[in-house]
Design a protein around this ligand. Structure first.
Ligand code: ADP
Ligand code: ZN
Ligand code: ZN
Length: 694
């Protein structure tokens, strides 16, 4: 054959696949195949794309087609299931296929040159022939053996592994109930079953946070010393990420442990998907392809006809609803796993009665002191970094607004800076008020740095450690900080949501929550759900260790860990549910509210956003989009400025679209987005399907 026409998906905003001509360099060169990577000329550049079709016809003038430069034959083609996953994501989230496929491949695969790719392949081949290193064996020998599952865990594992086909399992297990053991045993069972039949098996484990991977990675490696385990997340060095990705793609890695982006990794022998902390907001990608890794995980499992496990102590309202109507199977773990470990006692500190000029009320201070005296650890949770969220002049009313954003500049005292958390603008702290010259500027409100300062005054002998995005900027510093906590080198740990998630802190017996109330009155209808999950999660860090049974006649309550929440609204239903550890009650009430207010999951939404130097053109664009097409059955809201309207000098507006049927919404979006693209507006706009922040 003299030449063929191939279609290629490229990372381009044009929603099409591009035709190229393939001419073998020498007779007998194999034809290209679908899923192969190819280097092609594109404009004046040379770019890598994915072959999506191979044929002999083109809709274009074949004489004008350009030639493929090279095929990446050294890499196995991407499998059809991966291609289908990307096609689904492109369709559902209304993105060009190439803008789904290419960005999710590691950089080393998209390079013009194959140096990185060839080096990675060589390294992998070498590692495959080398004997497992002694260091690995030593680590494995050091690790504790798998504990015997309790009946609840065993029932969950049995249910998950009973069927080989698609099943969506919602593992609803209270904090500390040993969900990790369920994941590990289920993975083991699936891998053993497949191997017994001479088949390869791969398991994908998704975690919400990079900071949670090391602890889980340790457990997984310890449990599967003879299997290849790889991680995939954005903090890996390029070369490492490339090798890990290829190991997954070649089927060599039996277990892939990663953050949301790993849901798009190619895994030819995938047999089980696990989504840990499935409710976590970080499963939602907020730029580019705005996907939900959890939703894609469920789709992928269905497509492959394999089981998926969604685990959480506070499932998302969507997943809870699916479990309630039977689409998902609910598996409950109602008890903490470690011997005699119990859920912590939750107490509310009424801040109308308790004054706390420095943020810490007398009962919370007393509880901290008691822990210090007993040599136990405490955790303080304040979801606000910096020293104070704003600076203020009492004399003239000046306030530290960001000049580029509709937001305040946050005071960062150790760094002696005002920082905007939206546009990263930094200024030195002014010596005097910029308007009236008053030298006595005041911090308003408090962030983690300010509480840290106060703790050092209150407890000069205590070892206080703050963990937030500021204290962990350097690579590896978060890990070092968490290690110090695990080693018992910290008395009081203070932090933002970074400390709330997933960590299995063994020495912690007190959790204090500082001022969570603002979320109660947020405009965002999901704020309550998020706050409840966050509080349950952070509360769940306490009292996880096994403890001896109480002595005869002794008071078991003494051994119980405690959670203290400072609030001005102790009667609020959200806090009442928290006191009772009652997620089902909270979820049921939330679902009822959402239903009566016609909010998700009872309607389906999409959000069109527009950005411009001025607000009006952005609103005009959205208004025009609104009137672009007839939209029967679709509810179009009015275009409105976003809550934080200006960021880095750009005005932002949005148009919310709702529909009672997902299919009908999808049917509308496709031609609508195509029509929007046709307009070739110079405004920046984007569409988000199933938006989470509105
Ligand atoms: P979760 O993820 O559900 O919050 P973890 O998986 O972190 O809980 O488990 C909590 C603790 O219980 C861990 O320290 C774990 O080692 C321990 N654990 C889990 N299963 C068992 C078991 N069957 N017997 C004893 N301890 C267990
Ligand atoms: Zn002033
Ligand atoms: Zn700003």
């Amino acid at each position: 054959m003299s030449g063929r026409i191939i279609k290629i998906a490229l990372d381009s905003p044009l929603d099409m696949e591009f035709d190229y001509r393939w001419q073998p360099a020498a007779a007998g060169d194999p034809d290209p195949v679908v899923g192969q990577l190819a280097l092609v000329p594109f404009g004046r550049r040379e770019v890598v794309g994915v072959v999506t079709a191979v044929g002999d016809d083109s809709d274009y003038d074949a004489a004008k087609l350009r030639d493929v430069i090279a095929l990446r034959t050294q890499l196995a083609p991407l499998p059809p299931a991966w291609m289908a996953l990307c096609r689904f994501a492109a369709d559902y989230y209304q993105r060009p296929l190439g803008e789904v496929m290419l960005p999710c491949l590691p950089k080393g695969l998209r390079n013009e040159s194959t140096v990185a790719l060839d080096r990675a392949l060589k390294k992998l081949a070498k590692a495959a022939t080398a004997a497992p290193s002694r260091a690995d064996a030593a680590v494995a020998a050091d690790l504790p053996a798998a504990p015997t599952l309790n009946p609840g865990q065993q029932a969950a594992v049995d249910a998950i592994t009973a069927s080989e086909g698609f099943a969506a399992n919602l593992l609803f297990g209270v904090t500390g109930s040993g969900k990790t053991e369920v994941y590990l045993h289920a993975a083991q069972a699936v891998i053993d079953r497949e191997r017994a039949q001479g088949r390869a098996a791969q398991v994908l484990i998704l975690v919400p946070e990079i900071n949670l991977t090391p602890q889980l990675e340790g457990s997984v490696r310890g449990r599967f010393p003879h299997l290849q385990v790889v991680t995939l997340h954005s903090q890996l060095a390029e070369g490492e990420r490339l090798r890990h990705w290829i190991a997954a793609h070649q089927g060599d890695a039996a277990i892939v442990l990663g953050t949301r982006l790993s849901v798009l990794a190619a895994m030819p022998a995938l047999k089980l998907i696990i989504v840990d902390e499935e409710h976590d907001p970080s499963y939602k990608q907020q730029e580019g392809l705005r996907y939900s890794a959890r939703d894609l995980a469920v789709w992928r499992a269905r497509q492959l006809d394999i089981p998926v496990v969604l685990g959480s102590a506070t499932p998302s309202i969507e997943s809870w609803q699916h479990a309630s109507n039977g689409r998902y199977r609910r598996l409950d773990l109602t008890q903490r796993a470690a011997a005699h470990a119990q859920l912590p006692r939750v107490g509310l500190i009424d801040m109308e009665i308790n004054k706390a000029p420095d943020g810490l009320s007398p009962p919370l201070v007393a509880a901290l002191r008691a822990r210090l005296e007993r040599g136990e650890q405490s955790l303080l949770f304040l979801n606000r970094r910096g020293y104070a969220p704003v600076m203020h002049c009492d004399a003239c009313g000046w306030i530290s607004n960001c000049r580029r954003c509709t937001a305040f500049m946050v005071l960062h005292k150790p760094e002696r800076r005002l920082r905007c958390h939206h546009c990263s603008l930094e200024l030195r702290i002014p010596h005097a008020c910029p308007t009236c010259g008053n030298v006595d500027l005041q911090p308003l409100g408090r962030g983690t740095q300010r509480v840290e300062e106060h703790l050092q005054v209150l407890f000069p002998e205590a070892r206080v450690l703050r963990i937030d995005a500021d204290s962990t900027r350097r690579k590896g510093s978060a890990q070092a900080a968490f290690d110090a906590v695990h080693r018992g080198e910290v008395d009081i740990l203070l932090g933002t949501q970074m400390v709330a998630k997933g960590h299995d802190f063994q020495r912690l017996t007190l959790v204090g929550v500082i001022n969570p109330d603002t979320a109660l009155f947020s405009q965002d209808y999901r704020a309550g759900e998020r706050l409840f999950a966050q509080l349950m999660q952070v509360a769940g860090r306490a009292g996880r260790a096994a403890i001896g049974a109480p002595a005869e006649g002794g008071d078991a309550r003494d051994a119980r860990a405690e959670v203290l929440v400072q609030t001005r609204y102790p009667q609020h239903p959200l806090y009442r549910a928290l006191l009772a550890h009652d997620y089902p009650g909270f979820a049921q009430a939330t679902l009822a509210e959402r239903q009566s207010a016609s909010l998700p999951p009872f309607v389906f939404q999409a959000l069109l956003r527009a950005e411009a130097k001025q607000l009006q053109p952005a609103l005009d664009f959205l208004q025009a989009a609104r009137d672009l097409m007839p939209c029967e059955g679709i509810m179009m809201n009015d275009p409105v400025p976003m809550t934080i309207t200006r960021v880095a000098g750009v005005e932002r507006a949005q148009l919310l679209i709702e529909c009672a049927s997902r299919a009908q919404l999808q049917a509308f979006l496709k031609p609508w987005v195509a029509a929007l693209r046709e307009q070739k507006s110079r405004l920046r706009w984007s569409l988000e399907v199933d938006p989470v922040d509105i």
